[in-house]
Design a protein around this ligand. Sequence first.
Ligand SMILES: [Zn+2]
Length: 64
Amino acid sequence: MKKHTSAMNTLVRITHWCLQCDSHHPKHQVSGAPALPGGEVDELICPTCNSYDIEELQEVSDAQ
Ligand SMILES: [Zn+2]
């Protein structure tokens, strides 16, 4: 997995990954889309490329 170190990832927990542009974002940056009327689907949109292909990262405890 490529790792981009340009962002200060230590400030926020990165929980989502864009499959389109291979960037990582905290949840509040990908959940900015308004909910559709009549639908309860929480649309996730990449703030970088506006793609819907957002994958939620699983919490892993590999620090052992
Ligand atoms: Zn993207």
